[in-house]
Design a protein around this ligand. Sequence first.
Ligand SMILES: CSCCC(=O)C(=O)COP(=O)(O)O
Ligand SMILES: [Mg+2]
Length: 237
Amino acid sequence: MPAITAEWVVLDIEGTLTATSQVHVVLYDYARPRLGPWIEAHPDDPVTTAAVAETRELGGLASDADTAAVVAVLHGWMAQDRKAAPLKTLQGLIWQRGFASGELTTELFPDVTPALRAWHDAGLRLAVFSSGSVPGQVASFSRTTEGDLTGLFREHFDTVNAGPKREEPSYRTIAERLGAEPDRIVFLSDVPAELDAARSAGWRTVGVARPGEPFGDADFGPHPTVASLAEVSVEPA
Ligand SMILES: CSCCC(=O)C(=O)COP(=O)(O)O
Ligand SMILES: [Mg+2]
C-alpha cells in the first residue's frame, strides 16, 4: 500500500482495533443484565434520565413507561445491533464501572498497539470515531491487555458529538473540530459504508478487512484495503 501523508489518523473500534466479538459478546453480555439495575439505581442522574427519556421516545413508548419496558427496547436494539445513541450512552456508563473495577479488559488485535505507538511516536495525531460513546471509548482504552492506552489518543468522537458514521456531514464536523484539511485525515474502518462517507467528505481512507470479521470479505470499492495495521504506511505531513 502506498504511503499516506496525514496529520490525523482516525480509527474505528469494532472490527478494526478489536474483534467484533469483543463488543458483541464481552461488552454486550456485561451490559445487558446491568441496564435495568443501572436505570433503577440512578433516578437522579441527568445523563441516565435523559437517555431513558430518549429511549422511550425512539422506542415508541409512553413518556412514563416503566424500566422493564425501556430495557426491553434497549435489549431489542442490542439484538439488532442498532447503535442508538441512548443505548450507547447507557452502555458507556456501565462499561466505565466495569473497566474501573477490573471486571472488563479490552483485548486488541496483536497488530494494533505497535502501529498506534509507532504513529503516535512519529508525530501523527490519533483520534477515535466509534458508535461507542466517548466515555465508553476512553474507559475501554484505559484498561487493555497492553495497559492504559488513553494517552495515545488526542480526540474522541461518537454519534452524539459528530453524527452517524455512515453520513458525510459527520466527517465534515470532525474535520472542523480537528482543524485539519480533510485530505490530511486518514480514516481506518472495517465498514465500507463508513469509508464511503469519509471519502465523500474528502478524507483519505483505508479499509481494514480482517479474516473472520463480518466485513472480512466485503467489497471495499476504491478504498485501499489491508488485513492488518502493520500493512498501513502513514507519514506525518
Ligand atoms: C469501546 S466503546 C464500545 C464500542 C461499541 O459499543 C460499538 O458499537 C463499536 O462500534 P464501532 O462504530 O466502533 O464499530
Ligand atoms: Mg467497526
